[in-house]
Design a protein around this ligand. Structure first.
Ligand code: PEP
Length: 254
């Protein structure tokens, strides 16, 4: 089985206590077992470096939940891509639906962030996906295509080389609801084929994840979808038992 890429998005949650009570045991687990996954922990900014110090010298990587478009200057409250580089962050989530919604990040801003992340040799994890209304109107593919197009339009045909695309139906995030396996497979297939069609080579140089209410109960079934290279996990990644069950299942599932 190809190694699955697991992104644990802590969102606006976390503490020094959680680093000790959750991240340390995860790190020990990864160190002790020959696990079949690639794990990326994505805590809030203030915990990036403390998290890195815990996972350094293991295969666990650290990712950021956002980045600013500016490199430095009078932008109070922002974090730059060079700062992320400085604290050994390797991945950045771009275009999460919560940032699109609460921080008015449109496709143009998302494309600019995607570009600056790549320019600094970090790996973007681009979140795309439809609202419940779009889903009910059968618009999922159009929405995903448009979100992908804005990236191609600003970065060109090599845009998705060495990147992660997380298909996240917005209505599935944090709701406990997920689309049918057939539907997820169809959309992930569509995303893969659409990117392959628009880029210069027919080599698949990107990874596709599914995100939205992934947990210990549905992970085995989701693993059956061959198009999925991994999962973006929110709330279940903060729940000790749930996350360890997921890690165990993914680590030893053949
Ligand atoms: C997410 O944060 O993108 C996410 C998928 O969250 P959850 O797993 O809680 O639905």
């Amino acid at each position: 089985m190809q190694k699955k890429i697991i992104v644990a998005n802590w969102k606006l949650n976390g503490s020094i206590k959680l680093l000790h009570n959750l991240l340390k045991p995860i790190t020990n687990f990864v160190r002790e077992k020959k696990i079949l996954i690639k794990l990326i922990i994505v805590p809030p900014f203030v915990y990036l470096y403390p998290a890195y110090k815990i996972v350094m010298n293991t295969k666990i990587m650290i990712g950021a939940q956002n980045v600013d478009l500016h490199l430095n200057g009078a932008f109070t409250g922002e974090i730059s891509v060079s700062m992320l580089n400085d604290v050994n962050v390797k991945y950045v989530i771009i275009g999460h639906s919560e940032r699109r919604l609460h921080h008015k990040e449109n496709n143009i801003i998302v494309a600019k962030k995607f570009k600056i992340v790549k320019d600094f040799q970090l790996i973007p994890i681009l979140c795309i996906g439809e609202t419940e209304n779009d889903y009910n109107s059968g618009m999922t593919k159009q929405i995903c295509q448009h979100q992908i197009d804005t990236i191609f339009d600003s970065l060109g045909e090599q845009a998705f080389f060495n990147t992660i695309i997380a298909y996240e139906p917005i209505w599935a995030i944090g709701s406990g609801k997920i689309p049918s396996l057939n539907f997820i497979e169809d959309i992930c297939n569509f995303i893969k084929n659409y990117i392959l069609k628009r880029q210069a080579t027919n080599k698949k140089l990107f990874y596709i994840q599914y995100g939205g209410s992934v947990n210990q109960t549905n992970i085995k079934d989701l693993c059956k979808i061959v198009e999925i290279d991994g999962f973006l996990i929110g709330s279940a990644s903060l729940d000790f038992d749930n996350f360890f069950k997921i890690l165990n299942i993914l680590s030893f599932e053949k």
